[in-house]
Design a protein around this ligand. Structure first.
Ligand code: ATP
Length: 239
């Protein structure tokens, strides 16, 4: 396992007057895909939003490449090289597919080779290049949202449940693109409820329960241990 690019240490986050994250500690090694798992409401989305500075950690540290980013504005955190694909996809419905991608390339014009790689991974984006993003199907919007994060090389990609509500064929396309991104050496922290997809993509895994990290280890070990999955994720016979 390589050295971590991101480390959370005893992070606690409140939303309004609710204590949502109580004690979140884990690391994301460089060049690996780390799965962030846990039952509904465990605090996975809140953890990603805390890393991005969209919610503020009340206590604890968020170390990115050895710098504590917990108090930085979101724009600064993004400039450090972290891409975020939120669960609600964060695309601009009134803009075309092409405009959505162009806007996501914050450091200048889109790199042609990278764009060709992305449209090969997600062919519908090429087909609907000039269409308003709001007219795309749910699966195509999800592809656009992941493509926006991939348009420039980032040091870390945070991706929240990309397969949610998608038909199996679209999940397969998405899985292929994420595998491509992984093969290119990307570091990814991925929230995913689809265990087959988690098993296929994950190197490491972190499990949350009730605002706490309760287990972390290798994804292969979790995938091979049905009893552990049952205990941590409430899954039965999933090995
Ligand atoms: N804006 C908010 N105001 C109040 N409570 C919130 C808010 N957002 C999230 N919560 C609560 O925080 C807890 C953690 O939510 P979070 O979305 O982080 O969980 P999750 O593990 O991502 O779950 P899911 O898989 O259902 O998205 C839940 O109890 C949720 O109801």
């Amino acid at each position: 396992m390589s050295e971590p690019i991101l480390t959370l240490r005893s992070v606690a986050t409140d939303i309004g007057r609710y204590h949502i994250l109580h004690d979140v500690s884990f690391s994301v090694p460089r060049g690996e895909v780390t799965m962030l798992l846990g039952r509904n409401g465990a605090g996975k989305t809140t953890t990603l939003r805390t890393i991005m500075g969209l919610w503020r950690a009340r206590t604890g540290q968020v170390l990115f490449a050895d710098e504590d980013i917990a108090a930085l504005p979101t724009a600064e955190i993004s400039r450090r090289g972290i891409a975020y694909v939120p669960e609600d996809m964060g695309i601009f419905s009134d803009l075309t597919v092409g405009e959505n991608l162009r806007l996501a390339a914050i450091s200048g014009p889109m790199d042609k080779a990278r764009l060709a790689w992305i449209t090969a991974a997600f062919p519908p984006l090429k087909t609907f290049w000039d269409s308003a993003a709001g007219t795309l199907s749910g699966g195509q919007k999800q592809m656009l949202s992941v493509a926006r994060a991939m348009i420039e090389e980032r040091r870390l990609y945070l991706i929240d449940e990309p397969s949610k509500g998608l038909a199996p064929a679209i999940v397969t396309t998405l899985a292929r693109a994420l595998k491509d991104l992984k093969r290119a050496g990307a570091t990814i922290l991925l929230v995913e409820q689809n265990f087959a997809l988690s098993r296929a993509l994950g190197d490491g895994a972190v499990v949350m329960e009730d605002g706490r990290t309760v287990w972390s280890g290798r994804m292969a070990d979790l995938a091979a241990d049905a009893a552990l999955q049952g205990r941590l994720l409430g899954m039965e016979g999933a090995a």
